[in-house]
Design a protein around this ligand. Structure first.
Ligand code: AMP
Ligand code: DBH
Length: 542
């Protein structure tokens, strides 16, 4: 049985095949191309894996899963952090045709439950070192709530019957891969979201494989590439732009850091002679500070290219990269839904410093819509509308939301406000979706508002972004409550609801009432204006 998704219309599918974008091969091809390669594919804090080993280990795990009754068309919920096993598991599931959701390691109960509720997983793969799995409480409750679950495998598990490491080490007779068809769903990507429930993005082999191959071409990854993965490994950016999968396709090497902090990354860069990495803007600021403190960027001498994306990179910060880090900058504006824009390696510095790049595919269609949905000329700010060979056509099982997120011609409205330059480069100017971008980590306001409303003393609440020098944006919750509520109380309430730490509001402000727009919606614009130093309505409370 295959996973339901919104397909591209036949004439589009035909065009994407004719132009060589869709090659009707499964993502497992990325690894099979390198199956006999003894070069090191991946290095984490525990050790390294050659391509041959990565292929063998994922074969063995796929076999172990098959023997435990997992079959093509099943779904899996996976939560693994920045370590080699992430890709062993990813390829094993692809080989079996089991369709995973790769939750971020920062996700907690609420996020995992929301994903599981949507995909009804037959398999759960997680890590005992994650607080949720430190004992069996959550696991037991999860099993009760999701009767679809048939198998659980855990990293750092002592008992061998559900130890991921033991399953990977199992020897069996030959295993023959059975990936899902190339035009079907390979796995689900996570949306940053703007609604109450986190949304899932079905990605097919054809569309994702194209986005990887084209990214490799644009970013010129090859066998000499030594890429540092410092961002959360399951995120679309370090997975596919060109990310880990791009490294594997090119036959290069990936080194995995546990986080983007300067101290750890600088050491890894020097030790492994890393030549490319991907960061979000706040990490760039921290790296520049670290260089200033050291008085030297010598540790980064091997670095040739620094990709920056996930959130808007300010021009001042952008301008410091070449001189202070001593490498080239590439801006990346992408989304797990598809469309990825890159500044090109041979662009002039004006484009590299002041734009977020241009679409990577000649068949990415992109236009800017005004309030009425009419196209705007270059230089005007409006909503980004896009469709193309690797941009999805619908969120998983979300007909109502899809009706709003897509126009009649299948263009996806990302909720970003952009303008286009005369030569087709994108400048990100703002956002229309109800989301906070906290240094690249996305927070759907409605999700947190709903959780806060579960507190008995909370009458009404609005979560908005506030400017922050390091993070770009942080989150502030304006709360109408029966009585004064301390921030610690509300934070504890949210933690008890099981929500990822980065989604906790950085600040709470108690207000008598929330301002409304003429049509009676909460006026978030006015709330945001209260952070403006010039505004008479400046908030002072904590
Ligand atoms: P997600 O839905 O989590 O995949 O996040 C995608 C969103 O991140 C985009 O729609 C943008 O709002 C934001 N984003 C990604 N890259 C950039 C960038 N380089 N500049 C500004 N915003 C970005
Ligand atoms: O923020 C993102 O989601 C993102 C940023 C850069 C992304 O998905 C990508 C590149 O592929």
């Amino acid at each position: 049985m295959s996973i339901a998704f919104t397909p591209w219309p036949d004439n589009f599918a035909q065009r994407y095949r004719e132009r060589g974008y869709w090659i009707d091969k499964p993502l497992t091809d990325i690894l099979l191309r390198q199956a006999n390669n003894d070069a090191v594919a991946m290095i984490d804090a525990q050790g390294s894996l050659s391509y041959r080993q990565l292929n063998q280990q994922s074969d063995r795990l796929a076999g172990a899963l098959a023997r435990r009754g997992l079959v093509a068309g099943d779904t899996a919920l996976v939560q693994l952090g920045n370590r080699n096993e992430f890709y062993v598991v990813f390829f094993a599931l692809l080989k079996l045709g089991v369709v995973p959701v790769n939750a971020l390691f920062s996700h907690q109960r609420n996020e995992l439950q929301a994903y599981a509720g949507q995909i009804q997983p037959a398999l759960l793969i997680a890590d005992r070192q994650h607080p949720l799995f430190a004992n069996d409480d959550f696991l037991d409750a999860f099993r009760d709530q999701h009767p679809s679950l048939r198998q659980v495998a855990l990293l750092h598990e002592a008992q061998s019957e559900c130890s991921l490491a033991a399953w990977i080490a199992e020897q069996h007779p030959t295993f023959s891969p059975s990936p899902t068809a190339a035009d079907q769903v390979a796995f689900f990507q996570l949306s940053g979201g703007s609604t109450g429930t986190p949304k899932l993005i079905p990605r097919t082999h054809n569309d994702y494989y194209y986005s990887i191959r084209r990214s490799v071409e644009v970013c010129r990854f090859d066998q000499q590439t030594r890429y540092l993965c410092a961002l959360p490994i399951a995120h679309n950016y370090p997975m596919s732009s060109p990310g880990g999968l791009g490294v594997f396709y090119a036959g290069g090497q990936m080194v995995i850091a546990t986080d983007p902090s300067a101290q750890g990354c600088f050491q890894l860069i020097e030790k492994h002679q890393i030549n490319v990495t991907a960061l979000v803007p706040p990490a760039v600021t921290l790296w520049l500070q670290a260089i200033e403190q050291k008085g030297s960027n010598q540790a980064l001498a091997s670095l040739q290219l620094l990709q920056v994306g996930g959130a808007k990179l300010g021009e001042t910060l952008a301008a410091r990269i070449q001189t202070e880090i001593g490498c080239q900058l590439q801006q990346v504006f992408g989304m797990a839904e598809g469309l990825v824009n890159y500044t090109r390696l041979d662009d002039d510095s004006r484009h590299i410093l002041t734009t977020q790049g241009c679409p990577m595919s000649p068949d990415d269609e992109l236009w800017v819509a005004d309030e009425q949905g009419n196209p705007l000329p270059a230089g005007h700010i409006g909503r980004l509308m896009t469709r193309g060979p690797y941009t999805f056509r619908g969120y998983y099982r979300s007909p109502a939301h899809n009706a709003e997120a897509f126009d009649d011609n299948g263009f996806y409205c990302s909720g970003d406000l952009i303008s286009l330059t005369d030569d087709g480069y994108v400048k990100v100017e703002g956002r229309q979706k109800d989301q906070i971008n906290r240094g690249g980590e996305k927070i759907a306001a409605e999700e947190i508002e709903n959780l806060l409303l579960r507190h008995p003393e909370v009458i009404n609440v609005a979560l908005v972004s506030m400017p922050d020098e390091l993070m770009g944006e942080k989150s502030c919750a304006f709360v109408v409550s029966h009585q004064e509520l301390k921030s610690v109380v509300l934070r504890r309430h949210l933690r008890e609801q099981g929500v990822a730490e980065f989604k906790l509001p950085d600040r709470f402000v108690r207000v008598e009432q929330l301002p409304l727009t003429p049509v009676g919606k909460i006026d978030k614009k006015r709330l945001r204006q209260s952070f403006d130093a010039q505004s008479p309505a400046r908030v002072t409370g904590e």
